[in-house]
Design a protein around this ligand. Structure first.
Ligand SMILES: [Zn+2]
Ligand SMILES: [Zn+2]
Length: 846
């Protein structure tokens, strides 16, 4: 700090220094030697530091690296997280025109660790000077849009919208032996990470569910072998996020099936198998938990939720891709009561919502939840798609470095997202205005055409919820009948087939006997000349095997049928014309139909997800190729599934309409599934289930959410605006106070403030841009913070009036209206595509 912000020449004039020389690396000067003054009262490291160099060893360093070089390396990494130490070491050697040796890499890595530690130390002091050093300050206060309440503002429906999710790309391979064993440091001095023992407190609250095996009745002949057989995976003793619910719901099975793929990878080879992260809707990180030698267990989510309850409090909405089932898990856990008392809730993030059952969407989809605004809660997806690029350098790093890198990445992420809050709110506001402008006339037109009122729509919604919550699983009695009739049918069929085989083989034997070669073996009558004798023999053997198999199968089925009859007291075997038999046959057709439909639905949704992944920027080329291949396979599978569906639909009584490939490949197709599922035709008469009815409900929800978004942005924008003004005052006061008292710390705070000021200026520009949008209806002036002053107590009242009005200043200099389009273009590509796709999905039905 002294080197950077202080006066390097300041020293005690009484003691004369000696001159010394050391080998150095400095990318800017490419100097190889540095002669510097050694002061007996200093350590050599201090003396080097005063010259702008970091010693690579504390006592007898042979090499020193300049701070500027290390700072360059750090800055490159901020913008290209995957840039490795090795690459930078090679770059240095290139600049110096010396051959690369591993020694440079090691020295650089060690020096970089120390450099980051120094920076963290400086940051701690800066935060202390700003009064931001209380434990938990960051999570609670880092996002002004979430936290900086204004006197008199309209209270939000949810205190905060929080997202959480696990991701395995940042896994770290456990090493057995080798040099990394030596690095036993534990990186704890960062408040992003939830300590392992805190997380483990919640470890045994949820036991892993042993998946009950349902009797498999009809084996779908088209089923792909890779589907539906993962339940065998070794049971984990700790439960996953869905295991706390009393029953295994449809969403949970889908989620488990998706996770099963991951589960198969051996977690034990990874020490940290990934991270479980949480953030606010503005993408600022709350906490990160290491997932340790496991997949996504319940404890990570519970620990995060517990932290939200104690550190943030209030009524929050949590978005999680398995939120529907996890809600039950949380309710059954030790934090269940506190969670219910807070009034908080879970929902499913928008895009994932589409893969959940309709029943679930009715309750958990953000579009359906009053107060959500237009928030899609897909934040984690965006965060992970960015953090994935860290994967290549963290995989084999020591636990210490791995955490350091993750912390560094997210710290930078947070500062970028902070400077983006204004832009995000600006975009949301424009989107909301646009929806209101476009959809409101459509909505009114549709409502008057159908002659319905807002009250009718409300009634529709209630009916729809009612219908989907009353849907039940299959009746066990129906299932038993199906089992029985299936066995009877197969038995009948097999008897026919095997009778034919017996016939054939018997005839062959007769023919052989007549030919005088004896009946010892059964074989086919030679149908061709002697050259094909071998082929004939092999065919005969095959036939024999087949016959034996058929006989065994008939025996086994007969035993099965007998057992069912005895167990369920069926005295007289059912005949194909019996009423019960016919009813079961009809039911089987329905089941076959439902299965074919279910499979088709799953495939279409998977395809949609893959298209979605393709669209996310930063999906690497390899991944894209892989996904593209998958998509091709999926399309083939969908064609097969469509065929199976059509066969099943025609077998129904009355038959259903068949579909073709072009229908199935269209996005709109998803919305049809819940209605195709209704084979009892209960929905035929319901207005809410009619396409027109659904269309209107969807429109009205979309418009309602847009109006909420307007209110949310009004509130958050004003919080941000007020914060920027207050923060300016804080820095002015703190800097004035430090100037003489502690010039070095003053320098550090000033540098921090310069960056912060740039971010604030950017935010201020977008606040101004939002204010000038045609249709802006909020308050344009900043308010008064509803809470304690930002200023540390000893500075309160000191410099409050001195601060200039930054907002007007910024609005004037940085964004003339002509510049605005440029700024807006900066919006990152990924966000745009994601929003585009989500927007598209919203315009479909749920
Ligand atoms: Zn926020
Ligand atoms: Zn669900």
């Amino acid at each position: 700090m002294k080197w950077r912000y202080g006066d390097p020449s300041a020293h005690d004039p009484e003691v004369l220094p000696t001159e010394e020389e050391i080998t150095v690396i400095d990318i800017y000067s490419t100097a190889t030697k540095l002669s510097f003054k050694r002061f007996p009262s200093h350590s050599i490291a201090e003396d080097l530091a005063l010259n702008g160099y970091l010693a690579t060893a504390p006592l007898h360093p042979e090499l020193a690296i300049s701070f500027k070089t290390l700072e360059l390396f750090r800055s490159i990494r901020l913008f290209k997280a995957s840039f490795s130490t090795e690459a930078f070491a090679k770059l240095l050697c290139h600049m110096y025109t010396i051959p690369y040796r591993r020694f440079y890499r090691t020295a650089l890595a060690d020096a970089f660790d120390i450099y980051l530690t120094l920076l963290r130390d400086v940051k701690t002091q800066v935060m202390g000077a700003l009064g931001r050093d209380a434990p938990g300050w960051r999570a609670k206060n880092a996002c002004p849009a979430c936290n900086y309440k204004i006197v008199g503002e309209e209270p939000p429906t949810f205190n905060r919208m929080i997202v959480m999710d696990g991701n395995n790309s940042l896994k770290r391979v456990a090493t057995s032996g080798g040099r990394q064993q030596a690095d036993l440091r534990v990186f704890e001095d960062h408040d992003y990470f939830l300590p392992r023992d805190f997380v483990d407190q919640y470890a045994n609250e949820v036991k892993s569910r042993q998946v009950p095996r349902k009797p498999e009745l009809v084996e779908d002949p088209h089923a792909m072998p890779e589907a539906e057989s993962e339940d065998e995976a070794a049971p984990e003793a700790e439960g996953d996020p869905t295991d706390g619910a009393e029953q295994l719901g449809a969403c949970a099975s889908n989620w488990k099936a998706a996770a099963a793929d991951e589960k198969k990878r051996m977690w034990s080879i990874y020490d940290e198998s990934g991270i479980f992260a949480s953030a606010c809707r503005h993408s600022l990180i709350l906490w990160i938990a290491d997932m340790v030698r496991s997949g996504e267990l319940a404890k990570y989510g519970i620990a995060t939720t517990a932290k939200v309850l104690t550190e943030i409090g209030g009524k929050n909405m949590h978005g999680y891709d398995i939120g529907c089932e996890f809600l039950a898990t949380v309710n059954n856990s030790s934090i269940g009561e506190a969670f219910r008392d807070s009034g908080s809730c879970f929902c499913v993030n928008a895009f994932h919502g589409y893969s959940h059952s309709y029943t679930c969407q009715v309750k958990f989809h953000p579009l359906r939840i009053v107060g959500m605004g237009l928030e899609d809660l897909e934040t984690m997806e965006r965060i992970f798609s960015a953090s994935n690029q860290l994967a290549s350098i963290t995989r084999y790093a020591s636990p210490y470095r791995c955490r350091v890198l993750i912390a560094m990445f997210f710290e930078h992420w947070d500062s970028e997202k902070y400077s983006n809050i204004g832009l995000m709110l600006y975009n949301n506001y424009r989107q909301a205005l646009q929806i209101i402008e476009e959809k409101t006339p459509m909505l009114h037109e549709a409502m008057s055409a159908l002659q319905i009122t807002e009250a009718d729509l409300e009634k529709y919604r209630a009916e729809e919820r009612e219908y989907f919550s009353s849907l039940r699983d299959e009746d066990p009695e129906d299932l038993r009948d199906v089992l029985y009739v299936e066995a009877l049918r197969e038995l009948e069929e097999l008897r026919d087939t095997s009778a034919r085989y017996y016939d054939r083989t018997a005839r062959a034997a007769d023919a052989a006997a007549k030919a005088g070669s004896g009946p010892a073996l059964t074989f086919l009558t030679p149908t061709s000349g002697p050259t094909t004798y071998d082929a004939d023999l092999s065919a005969t053997r095959k036939l024999e095997t087949r016959r034996r198999y058929l006989r065994d199968r008939v025996d086994q089925l007969t035993a099965d049928v007998n057992e069912i009859e005895v167990r369920f007291g069926i005295e007289k075997r059912w005949e194909p014309m019996d009423e019960k038999y016919l009813k079961a046959v009809k039911y089987i057709a329905t089941r076959t139909y439902q299965r074919a439909l279910g499979r088709l639905q799953r495939l279409v949704i998977q395809r949609l997800f893959e298209l979605h992944k393709m669209n996310i920027a930063q999906t690497g080329y390899k991944a894209r190729t892989y996904i593209a291949k998958n998509l091709q396979r999926r399309c083939k599978a969908i064609r097969t599934a469509v065929k199976a569906y059509n066969a099943a639909a025609s077998a129904l009584d009355p038959p259903r309409e068949t579909i073709d490939w072009s229908t199935a490949s269209h996005y709109n197709f998803i919305e049809q599934f819940p209605f195709l599922q209704d084979t009892r035709n209960d929905l035929r008469e319901k207005s809410w289930a009619m396409p027109a009815g659904r269309e209107v409900m969807r429109l009205s929800e979309r418009v309602a959410r847009a109006h909420e978004e307007i209110k949310n942005v009004h509130r958050e924008l004003r919080r941000l605006q007020t914060w920027i003004r207050d923060e300016e005052q804080l820095f002015t006061a703190v800097l004035a106070d430090l100037k003489d008292k502690n010039p070095e710390l003053h320098g550090a705070v000033l540098e921090f403030w310069r960056r912060r000021k740039t971010a604030n200026a950017r935010n201020a520009a977008y606040i101004h841009a939002t204010h000038t949008l045609p249709g802006f209806s909020g308050i344009r002036e900043p308010g008064t913070h509803d809470g304690p002053s930002l200023l540390p107590s000893h500075l309160q009242g000191a410099a409050t009036s001195a601060a200039p009005d930054m907002l007007t200043e910024m609005a004037g200099i940085s964004v003339g209206d002509s510049e605005l389009p440029d700024l807006v273009e900066e919006e990152d590509e990924m966000d745009e595509q994601m929003t585009g796709l989500l927007e598209f999905m919203h315009t479909l039905a749920l």
